[in-house]
Design a binder for this molecule. Structure first.
Ligand SMILES: C[S@@+](CC[C@H](N)C(=O)[O-])C[C@H]1O[C@@H](n2cnc3c(N)ncnc32)[C@H](O)[C@@H]1O
Length: 425
């Protein structure tokens, strides 16, 4: 068997297995049509089916690479990644999805009239995006939605993510390598690719001055936390919250408070203090449902300053420290010390960089690309377990590192250290 036929056989076997499950459970089959399911309808808890899906994805990706050969594969990968995004970015920015009725059609001229984008440009963007099933041209010049274009409608979960990717993350990635040439030894966020693209600002300085973009960033984080690998449920069910009783948890870099809110719903005895930069916490306060106002409060706080809330039981960093170079992570942990009481826990819920083969191919791809994204955006990185442990030691040897474990299906690990001031010098 050639590698090509072997991969095709794997793809066929796995696709059949997934289809059998979907059919035997009378679930909707995946398609590009407007009424297609939002995701492959297989349970996130079924490891066997999830592994099957990952083998299918890997086989499909490798098939394309082999069918093209190495030079052409690289040529088109690099080229398409940039150009595909032009049509998608334009479709999002000029709100083309809103200009087409979900179960009807609109002409290029009608879309142009509603969006203000010139008709020839509407045609170019729609025809290009339709290649990857975002819209379809049902007859010449007449456009209908697909599952992909519906996913971009206002209020959909992926829209903010794409918005943030196009507006902030993509320009940063273009300059990632330039940063390594200009300032290879820098330990500063402001030197990252983002800084080169945005006049020396860090993303957080930029967001502080652009509340509209801060809102999109916050919503993206909240949506990301709903994706299978970053679901907050992994943290809710795999950390021993019940043993804390009536405790207070400080959620550092807690954005609009969506993580605290989700944990608060599941564990009614806990109280939360969400800390973030003042603009973000002000937005979070506005968005907080009234029934949680007695259990969730907000403090505008810069991680660079000493921790203002003293004596909490848990200080939690979730998806925060990966944004910072090592010296800042050490500083942020040190800044907690004067506020800690013996037994206070520092809980970290962040990615851990695995070695090749330690996690599925899909997870490995997500984590390594997140690692590079951290480089471009923040001059930072994803870390190994040993690196996490080392950062606590460097911050203060009186932290007792407890464990780092990965909940099943989650890309975010649960890492805990306890403040034990009497046990070490
Ligand atoms: C990647 S988001 C994570 C949000 C949330 N914890 C989650 O899991 O979805 C990082 C957060 O850190 C906040 N942040 C960045 N710099 C900060 C600083 N100097 N002080 C406090 N928070 C900061 C950002 O505003 C943002 O909300």
């Amino acid at each position: 068997m050639s590698a090509l036929t072997e991969l095709a056989a794997i793809a066929s076997t796995e696709a059949q297995k997934l289809t059998n499950y979907i059919k035997s459970n009378n679930l909707p089959l995946p398609s590009f049509e407007v009424d297609a399911p939002g995701e492959l309808p297989i349970p996130s808890t079924d490891e066997d089916l999830q592994a099957s899906k990952i083998r299918l994805l890997k086989a499909a990706q490798d098939l394309q690479a082999l069918a093209l050969g190495p030079a052409e594969d690289l040529r088109w990968k690099a080229w398409n990644q940039y150009n595909d995004n032009i049509s998608l970015h334009a479709i999002m920015h000029f709100r083309l999805p809103e200009a087409v009725p979900v179960n009807g059609t609109a002409t290029f001229a009608e879309i142009s009239q509603k969006t203000g984008l010139k008709e020839p440009l509407v045609m170019r963007f729609v025809r290009h995006a339709a290649i990857y099933h975002v819209f379809k041209e049902v007859s010449s010049g007449v456009v209908a939605h697909t599952a992909g274009s519906v996913a971009l409608l206002d209020g959909s979960s992926v829209r903010d993510w794409l918005d943030m990717t196009f507006e902030e993350w993509a320009p940063a990635s273009v300059y990632a390598v330039k940063q390594l040439i200009q300032s290879p030894d820098s330990g500063e966020q402001s030197d990252a690719g983002f800084g080169i693209a945005f006049g020396g600002q860090t993303i957080f300085e930029f967001l502080a001055q652009n509340p509209d973009r801060a809102r999109v960033f916050g919503l993206s984080m909240s949506n990301f936390s709903k994706g299978a690998s970053h679901k907050v449920e992994h943290l809710i069910t795999n950390y021993d919250w019940p043993s804390l009783g009536e405790s207070t948890v400080v959620d550092l870099g807690g954005s609009h408070g969506h993580i605290s809110l989700a944990i608060a719903k599941a564990h009614p005895k806990l109280k939360f203090v969400v800390e973030d930069l003042p603009g973000t916490t002000a937005q979070g306060e506005e968005m907080l449902p009234a029934e949680f106002k007695d259990r969730i409060s907000f403090i505008g706080h810069d991680l660079n300053q000493l921790q203002p809330y003293k004596g909490a039981d848990v200080y939690m960093f979730r998806s925060v420290l990966l944004n910072w170079p090592d010296k800042y992570v050490v500083k942020f942990i040190k800044n907690l010390v004067p506020a800690l009481k013996p037994g206070s826990k520092v809980l970290i819920n962040e990615g851990v960089l695995p070695r090749p083969g330690e996690v599925s191919d899909w997870d490995y791809k997500v984590l390594t690309s997140l690692d590079l994204c951290m480089l471009a955006m923040f001059n930072s990185k994803e870390r190994t377990v040993e690196e996490w442990e080392g950062l606590f030691k460097e911050a203060d040897p009186r932290f007792a590192f407890q464990y780092a474990r990965k909940p099943e299906g989650s890309l975010l690990w649960i890492i805990e250290a306890v403040w034990q001031p009497t046990e070490s010098p």
